[in-house]
Every structure is written in structure tokens, then in C-alpha cells.
Design a protein around this ligand. Structure first.
Ligand code: CO
Length: 223
């Protein structure tokens, strides 16, 4: 209970500090939100969206799930993307994966996690699609890191295939979809250079981003 109670004192402390910086902060925010970004990231407690990129409340709309998956059939994710694009008119949608992702590792190791196994079938699909490239990499961190990266790129592809994004592009709305990956060890996010501004860019940019990760011939032959 003590830890739970502490949340309230920490919250008061934060609210006071924020008001010292701008006495109108909460009043202004309570009227509307107009974030520029939608962040689709992993639920991992070590990857908090706002904090990593120093964005204040009101600046980033967030959806998180295990292994930052975008499944066009997932009502939760779909509703978030639609609200963000159609109503909030965010201009940038980021899929942000992270190295050391437990969901990715579980998919590679076949670790049973219960309900999450069903969810991670979506990561298994990515793993199967890139089986040839993954199997030549050394098992362990190298292979996990590569699947973390590939998973982001494939989720960008899924996102771009969603009707919400396709329709926004058709009507000429500016929406850029990006893929990034965060390093737990250094606190830095890296651009996976897969950004898409329209339907014609999706396949070439995903292919280029995957090629940029390093062909198996460059990284895996010694194993
Ligand atoms: Co994760």
C-alpha cells in the first residue's frame, strides 16, 4: 500500500512543479489536445514514450502493446490510429520498437507466456517471413536485435496497409509513417529509415530499410 500511496504524493509534486513552470498549463491542456505525433510502442516499462523524446503532456498520442505490433484486425490499435489520424490530424505516426524486447525474445525462444503467446503469433509471422535472413545470424542477441528491427519495419508495412492511412493519403492529408528503434542501454532512438509519405513509397522503402539492416552475407557468414 505504501508504494501505491506514494504515487499520489509524487503526482502532487509533479503537478505543482508543472504549474510553477506555467500556471495555465493544465487549464490550457484541458480544453484541447493537438499532438503532432502518434507513438505506437512496446508496453515495456523501460520505454516510456513522452520521456524518451522529451514531449510534454498533449504532444504525443500513444498506443502501446507487447512488441509494438500493428495488426489491422486489432480493434484497439485501429481505433487509436483512426482517432489520431482522422480527428487529431497527427502528421507523424511512429512505430517504435526496442532492443532487448521480451516479446521478441519469447518468439525466438518459444518461451510460453500464456495469453501473450497468442498475441505474439503476429511476431512469429515476421520471424517466418524473414527466416532465411535470421537463421544465418548467431542465436542470442544478434538474432534478437535483428528481429526487433525487422518487426518494426513489418509493423510499418502493416500500418501503411490500413484503410485509415490509405484513405488519408488518398485525400491528400499529410501523414508520415516512421519506424524507429530504441536502445535500452544508451537511451537513444534510431531511425530505421523506412519513413513513408504515400502508398508508392511503402514497398520500396520497406525493402530498402531491410537491405540497410545488413544483408546476411555481411553479418552472419562466420556462424
Ligand atoms: Co518490448
Amino acid at each position: 500500500m505504501e508504494r501505491f500511496a506514494r504515487l499520489f504524493s509524487q503526482n502532487r509534486h509533479w503537478a505543482n512543479r508543472t504549474l510553477q513552470g506555467n500556471p495555465e498549463f493544465f487549464k490550457e491542456l484541458s480544453n484541447q489536445q493537438s499532438p503532432d505525433f502518434l507513438w505506437i510502442g512496446c508496453s515495456d516499462s523501460r520505454v516510456p514514450a513522452n520521456q524518451i523524446v522529451e514531449l510534454a503532456p498533449g504532444e504525443v498520442f500513444v498506443h502501446r502493446n507487447i512488441a509494438n505490433v500493428v495488426d489491422p484486425d486489432d480493434l484497439n490499435c485501429g481505433a487509436v490510429v483512426q482517432y489520431a489520424v482522422d480527428h487529431l490530424r497527427v502528421e507523424h505516426v511512429l512505430v517504435v520498437g526496442h532492443y532487448g524486447c521480451g516479446g521478441i525474445k519469447a518468439s525466438l525462444d518459444h518461451t510460453p507466456l500464456g495469453l501473450a503467446d497468442q498475441w505474439l503469433a503476429r511476431v512469429d509471422k515476421v520471424k517466418q517471413r524473414h527466416h532465411a535472413c535470421l537463421r544465418v545470424l548467431p542465436a542470442g542477441k544478434t538474432r534478437e536485435d535483428r528481429l526487433c528491427e525487422l518487426n518494426v519495419i513489418e509493423q510499418v508495412r502493416n500500418l501503411c496497409s490500413m484503410a485509415v492511412i490509405q484513405n488519408a493519403w488518398t485525400r491528400g492529408q499529410t501523414v508520415m509513417v516512421h519506424g524507429c528503434i530504441y536502445g535500452l542501454q544508451d537511451g537513444l532512438i534510431r531511425d530505421l529509415r523506412v519513413s513513408c509519405r504515400g502508398p508508392a513509397e511503402v514497398e520500396p522503402n520497406c525493402a530498402a530499410a531491410i537491405a540497410h539492416l545488413g544483408a546476411p552475407s555481411q553479418t552472419g557468414l562466420s556462424h
